[in-house]
Design a protein around this ligand. Sequence first.
Ligand code: SF4
Length: 128
Amino acid sequence: MQNIIKKEGFNFAFDTNACYECEGNCCIGESGYVWVSKNELKEIASYLEMDEKEFVNTHLRKVRFRYSLKEIEIDKNNFVCEFFDLVQKRCKIYEARPSQCRTFPFWDHFINNTKEVVKECPGILPLY
Ligand code: SF4
């Protein structure tokens, strides 16, 4: 069954079924940031049944005054989010993933960069 999502202001739609075939393109690639708010870090720590402080020390990196999930370099200039399972091709904290992941691909950055997201995500259906 098709599950197409559209959002006002974006000139593409998103077919969520593509995620089943995709090998994690939105969790693998150039080095970047997956921002985690204070509330989100509490939720993820709780999901993992970890102490918050231990979670911060183990899985987050501080970037100025914010936190981002750690990433692992798998090839030269190719990184993966620490929570992406490369064997199962799935997010290990899917139910507790941060808002940045939940809102992909409808990021303000892609409003004027549709070609970029078309290249990255097989679920993008251009509307132009
Ligand atoms: S938290 Fe999950 S969905 Fe978000 S980048 Fe990491 S592996 Fe991908």
